[in-house]
Write a new protein. Structure first.
Length: 323
């Protein structure tokens, strides 16, 4: 009840701020109760800004993800869009449905993930009503067709974000998309193949992008590194429109992967903040430092050591360091 009353107060205030103390006095509840209600409203997708000594201001109502709207805004006509309000992980959901014979270019998009996954089993924070969490099912004919797929997906995401926001995203090897130096997107690519023949059953490309998140939506340990489109441009983003741009760009890349691999990988190198930096990674449980020298078309990172030796890094965690 307090949540709805607070929403009514913020709506009636127009473009002005309402202090937490004023709301507390109007409703006869504690400041802590006001804060909790505002937090719940934010989780539902309401964009509410807060400023010290000024209070709260409602900036935008939730934008509801809608598969029909997304499809109508897309150039690609072959994709099937399936919407789920909440799911543990869109990649997990897609794996289950893939066994039922889903067609190539099927997309699952969710408003919330209760157990979103990043690389190496890490959690991907998937705040309800704030982001785009989706998985795309691909069925390539040959394993060679997906060399560098994660890197090229990162480029496709960058193109979609840039087209929407007019800001230039960067990439940290191998799959983190950055805007204003903060991570706004992660990509998790998973493959299923026949055990004996090695024939690919399917590939699932999972994309999680922070759209209308505010800094307070992230855990304290991520607030200095995580970002969103809203934080970068200062105004709410239409998630349906952005989702359409994302899907169009990823599917266009995939459909032209053989002819345009070099083009995408060249763009990847230009956007990659890792190249030319001193990096550290682990091999045989030992830390190794070197210069990130080059990236091959399959996404392999070549690191030049002080000894003059070059090491090829195909996977794993690579950190940029200052020395």
């Amino acid at each position: 009840m307090s949540k709805q009353k607070i929403l009514d107060i913020l709506k009636s205030s127009g473009s002005g701020y309402v202090s937490g103390e004023q709301i507390s006095d109007m409703l006869g509840i504690s400041r802590a109760a006001v804060w909790k209600s505002v937090k719940l409203l934010r989780q539902e997708g309401y964009i509410i800004s807060s400023k010290t000594n000024r209070g709260y201001k409602l900036k935008a109502l939730p934008d509801i993800l809608d598969a029909v709207k997304i499809k109508a805004m897309m150039k690609n006509t072959s994709a099937e869009i399936r919407y789920m309000e909440s799911v543990d992980s869109t990649n997990n959901a897609m794996k289950k449905l893939a066994l039922e014979g889903l067609e190539d270019n099927t997309v699952i998009i969710a408003n919330h993930q209760s157990a979103g996954r990043g690389r190496y089993g890490r959690e991907f924070i998937s705040t309800r009503g704030k982001g785009i969490y989706m998985s795309i099912l691909l069925k390539p004919e040959r394993v060679e067709d997906i060399a560098g797929l994660t890197c090229m997906t990162a480029v496709a995401v960058c193109r979609a974000v840039e087209e929407y926001s007019k800001k230039e995203p960067k990439i940290k090897w191998t799959n983190d998309v950055l805007l204003g130096g903060r991570k706004i997107c992660g990509i998790l690519t998973e493959l299923s193949a026949e055990g004996e023949s090695g024939e690919i059953r399917y590939v699932i490309v999972g994309i999680g992008i922070n759209v209308n998140h505010e800094q307070a939506d992230f855990p304290a340990e991520l607030r200095s590194t995580a970002g969103s489109l809203y934080m970068a441009q200062g105004q709410p983003v239409d998630r349906n429109r952005l989702a359409a741009e994302l899907i169009d760009n990823v599917l266009y890349m995939y459909e032209n992967i053989r002819q345009k691999r070099s083009e995408y990988m060249q763009e990847y190198r230009k956007r990659c903040v890792t190249l030319g930096k001193t990096v550290e990674f682990s091999r045989d449980n030992k830390p190794i430092k070197g210069l990130a020298e080059s990236i091959e078309d399959d996404g392999t990172l070549t690191v030049l050591l002080k000894s003059g030796q070059r090491l090829a890094v195909k996977f794993g965690e690579v950190s940029i360091i200052n020395a």
